[in-house]
Ligand binder design. Structure first.
Ligand SMILES: Cc1cc2nc3c(=O)[nH]c(=O)nc-3n(C[C@H](O)[C@H](O)[C@H](O)COP(=O)(O)OP(=O)(O)OC[C@H]3O[C@@H](n4cnc5c(N)ncnc54)[C@H](O)[C@@H]3O)c2cc1C
Length: 308
């Protein structure tokens, strides 16, 4: 309940935070407002009840849908399901990279500066953080570490024992098939989902504890393909096998806030399955912390100090 409550606190603000950014870029059909559908095919799946009750308790808008309603929403899914939940206000991105590039251009236009460097170590000069690369050093008043699953190397270096790990996940695309679905559909029993995107249908899922260095697992790719065919029937040859690293902490809450040991170092990572969704609100929260703004949010649950 603790995790659900404090994920809900930030998820509830995720769309308004995106809207503030979207006011400043041309979206050109890159975001759809058609909700998200979760389906399952096991009548006695007790965990669904628990999820639904927790969401009710938190005031999350959800509609339980029966077989007919699922068919009306997504007629191309084979009738493998028993029931589902529909979240009508949810949105999905048709091409996250294109949106990100537009935000990046906006950042530069507003005077932001970008350098692509591999930071080896954080050192200090009179309490000011100094970022060290293989060739150079850069001194700042304050820094924010936002290296996703790779942040642990830097936090270890700052003498903070943060138990960050990665939940590896995969996706593939089925090109020119996005007309088969109108919205993301998650098949809860098997832990995968399919989203209609510019690249085609994106089939995504699995959770693998395998660290940052091991290669992509072909059997997991195969599993995604088989699941997609189970749900939609015949599909063409897949493309773009991808492995990504979700940054995850044991209590499934991100870390946002100052470092325990160094007041000019801030953290913002550990957003596990929801980093894309939570990017804008997390940025707002951390910039507010740095600017010492007042907030009505309870930010203690995101502190790195919870692991000490
Ligand atoms: C299969 C899959 C599906 C997902 N689907 C969704 C979804 O539908 N919705 C959603 O909200 N989230 C989703 N996620 C989760 C989302 O991708 C992550 O939560 C998000 O990428 C985390 O963002 P981040 O910026 O913290 O880390 P990252 O995206 O990993 O970015 C970290 C950045 O830091 C850089 N970096 C690392 N180390 C260093 C260093 N030493 N020096 C300099 N730079 C460094 C990296 O190059 C990288 O650019 C999915 C993840 C996976 C794997």
């Amino acid at each position: 309940m603790h995790t659900a409550k404090y994920m809900h606190q930030i998820l509830d603000l995720a769309l308004p935070a995106y809207d503030e950014l979207f006011d400043e870029i041309e979206l050109e059909g890159l975001v759809e407002n058609k909700g998200i559908l979760y389906i399952w095919n096991d009548k006695d799946l007790k965990s669904r009840e628990l999820e639904i009750n927790v969401r009710d308790e938190l005031g999350v808008k959800q509609q339980i849908v029966n077989k007919h309603e699922i068919h009306d929403l997504e007629p191309n899914i084979k009738p493998i399901y028993h029931a589902g939940v529909y979240y009508p206000y949810a949105r999905h991105a048709r091409n996250p990279k294109k949106i990100l590039l537009k935000l990046f251009e906006l950042f530069l236009k507003k005077g932001g500066k970008f350098k692509k460097l591999n930071i080896q170590e954080v050192k200090f000069d009179n309490e000011k953080p100094v970022l060290k690369t293989e060739v150079d050093e850069y001194k700042f008043d304050k820094i924010v570490i936002t290296c996703g699953a790779f942040s642990k190397k830097l936090t270890d270096n700052l003498d903070e024992k943060i138990p960050l790990d990665t939940e590896r996940g995969y996706h593939v695309h089925f090109k020119d098939c996005d007309h088969l679905l109108s919205r993301p559909v998650i098949f809860s029993n098997r832990g995968f989902g399919i989203t209609p995107m510019e690249q085609g249908l994106r089939v995504v899922g699995t959770v693998e504890f395998g660290g940052l260095k091991n290669p992509l697992s072909k059997s997991r790719i195969k599993n995604l393909i088989n699941n997609a065919k189970y749900m939609l029937g015949d599909l063409p040859e897949h493309e773009d096998e991808w492995l990504g690293f979700r940054p995850t902490l044991p209590d499934f809450l991100p870390i946002m806030g100052p470092s325990k040991n160094y007041k000019n170092v801030f953290y913002c990572f550990g957003h596990h399955h929801l980093g894309w969704t939570l990017g804008p609100i997390s940025g707002k929260i951390v910039s507010g912390m740095i600017a010492k703004e007042n907030t009505n949010l309870n930010l203690d649950p995101y502190s790195s100090a919870r692991f000490n």
